[in-house]
Ligand binder design. Sequence first.
Ligand code: ADP
Length: 140
Amino acid sequence: MATNRTLTMIKPGAIRNGHAGAILAQIQAAGFKIIAMKYTKLSAEKAGEFYAVHKERPFYGELVDFMSSGPIVAAVLEKDNAIADFRELIGATNPADAAEGTIRAKFATSIGENAVHGSDSDENAHIESNFHFAATEMFA
Ligand code: ADP
């Protein structure tokens, strides 16, 4: 299992607000290499599956509705220490708590509509990469 990869999604709100290009530029400027990428849209069923770990949380329905409300960019990123470095680049879940200059501080509008996803562990990066991409769609 790769330990230097993470899975990101640029969420529907950030796409709608025209920030996809700026977010990808910030990701690449931070030294992440794009291994796989697609512009796609999750059905409510697929969004629910991706966030199944949050099923019992009060915001689950809102999260599934939002994540299936429009297109996303999904990408697999590679860098040494990818999980931790990407979490640092995107900032805290709630943009109000996100450090200045982080992607969420710059582009998120609320805790629910927080611009980007980043995997929280190597294991989840692997699962989430395979959720979005076939092996033939990833280019190391
Ligand atoms: P992260 O995406 O930073 O890893 P979590 O895994 O805790 O954060 O939550 C997954 C996603 O669920 C968040 O990115 C956010 O979109 C949404 N979310 C988390 N907490 C809340 C909340 N209190 N209210 C609304 N949405 C939330």
